[in-house]
Design a protein around this ligand. Structure first.
Ligand code: S3P
Length: 443
């Protein structure tokens, strides 16, 4: 397994473009596979998770091709037209991929088995299977709740009204995607709003989806079933969750001044930007505009003296993937940063609360955690670093600790370079373009 070591960097400088948004890329493949005609997607993330979804859509009968100029062309089968795959589908590390696909398959009269890597095979799936059973779908799963899972879709699905018990865009999206091949109205009630890429893209393909705030503070999302989805052009914005790594690197490496172009700034995703600004980050958005139905902007980030804050728990869904890298920023802030309402981090690609406690402690940072909270004490001095972090198949843990190593006294290493390709192919090259030194090594 190749390993990587990050060394203390001089000020990071330059202008970069980040790969496409993982959430939007998965959805573009799934919806285009159900559309009539040829959809053209530019800016697709070509990370392993998304490639697994592309392979799955091919296995279910869609034509999915990458052209030499990087555009992806997908010819769909129409809503209800997915074919039964000949073999089990290996979704690798892709939690979004497998949960959304379970939703798609749930209302097709086909049987499909999903497998995944060791990380995906320990992640909770009952949160998706429960709501999908209401459509009439049946599941066989290991231990009653884990992958491998065999889904048999409902031949005559019943429309459902599903009240979300966890703030999860994956569960919401699985229900909405199941609603596509279901007659009548499928409804989702969210207590806390989560990323709305599925709703936005469904509308883009011509489906009737409404989002209505309710008097009790919840949000009601309604999809009218069995629409004809019409192929369209999609431009995938740069992934703000990936941009988070160079953003924090530029903030903590003294003398840095970095520009990151055309980053997706959907308000239900951009909580980290707000949080870093609350911490005193010199972070500005230029050329705010709309591209392919999503707000984007160029981010200009300069090294900043950060201060610790209490991050409001209601902001968690809009930055759920960014807490590991926020912890790294917090290690360089004056005072303590408190993060609450973050229990979901325990069921991501790894237990991210535990991973940050173990890793930051090993690097000389004081961090405390409980069931659904975490506190990081900023240091007056720079952390010592000097540790090798076990990333446990978690791409965001891998990148967070490499960013840490760019500003610690001694290098920080990770034990698995391959994990990064899940969401951010080219991460090391991009960081090196800014002036970072990250070397591969063997032990
Ligand atoms: C995602 C939703 C989030 C997020 C994941 C992508 C999506 O997961 O952590 O990386 O694309 O819908 P949850 O829905 O489990 O919060």
């Amino acid at each position: 397994m190749p390993k990587l070591r990050a060394h203390k960097a001089p000020g990071l400088q330059g202008q970069i473009r980040i790969p496409g948004d993982k959430s939007v890329s998965h959805r573009s493949l799934m919806l285009s596979a159900l559309a009539i005609g040829e959809t053209r997607v530019s800016g697709m993330l070509e990370g392993e998770d998304v490639l697994a979804t592309a392979a799955a859509m091919r296995a279910m009968g869609a034509e999915v091709k990458r052209q030499d100029d990087g555009t992806w062309c997908i010819v769909g089968r129409g809503v209800g037209g997915l074919a039964e795959p000949a073999n089990a589908i290996d979704m690798g590390n892709a939690g979004t991929g497998v949960r959304l696909l379970m939703g798609l398959v749930a209302t097709h009269p086909i049987t499909c088995t999903f497998t995944g890597d060791a990380s995906l095979s320990r992640r909770p799936m009952e949160r998706v299977m429960g709501p999908l059973r209401a459509f009439g779908t049946t599941f066989i799963s290991r231990d009653g709740r884990l992958l491998p899972i065999t889904v048999t879709g409902a031949a005559n699905p019943i429309p459902v009204r599903s009240v979300m018990t966890v703030p999860s865009a994956q569960v919401k999206s699985a229900v909405l995607l199941a609603g596509l091949n279901t007659p009548g109205k499928t409804q989702v009630v969210e207590r806390e709003r989560t990323r709305d890429h599925t709703e936005n893209m469904l509308r883009h393909f011509g489906a009737d989806v409404t989002t209505e705030p309710q008097d009790d503070g919840t949000t009601l999302i309604t999809l009218i079933g069995q629409p004809e989805l019409v192929a369209c052009d999609i431009q995938v914005p740069a992934d703000v969750s990936s941009a988070a790594f160079p953003i924090v690197a530029a903030l903590i490496v003294p003398g840095s001044d970095v520009r990151i172009e055309a980053v997706g700034l959907n308000p239900l995703r951009a909580g980290l930007i707000e949080t870093l600004r609350d911490m005193g980050a010199d972070l500005t958005i230029e050329n705010a505009r709309e591209e392919g139905g999503e707000p984007v902007g160029d981010l200009v980030v300069r090294a900043s003296k950060l201060k610790g804050i209490d991050v409001p728990p209601e902001r968690a869904p809009s930055m759920i993937d960014e807490y590991p890298i926020l912890c790294v920023a917090a290690a360089f802030a004056t005072g303590t940063t408190r993060m609450t309402g973050v229990g979901e981090l325990r069921v991501k690609e790894s237990d991210r609360l535990e991973a940050m406690v173990q890793g930051l402690s090993a690097c000389g940072v004081t961090i405390r955690s409980g069931d659904d909270w975490m506190e990081v004490d900023g240091l007056d001095d720079v952390p010592k670093g000097c540790a090798e972090i076990a990333v446990d198949l978690d791409h965001r843990i891998a990148m967070s600790f490499l960013v840490l190593g760019l500003a610690t006294e001694n290098p920080v290493s990770i034990d698995d370079a391959d994990a990064i390709a899940t969401s951010f192919p080219g991460f090391v090259d991009l960081m090196e373009k800014l002036g970072a030194r990250i070397e591969e090594y063997e032990t």
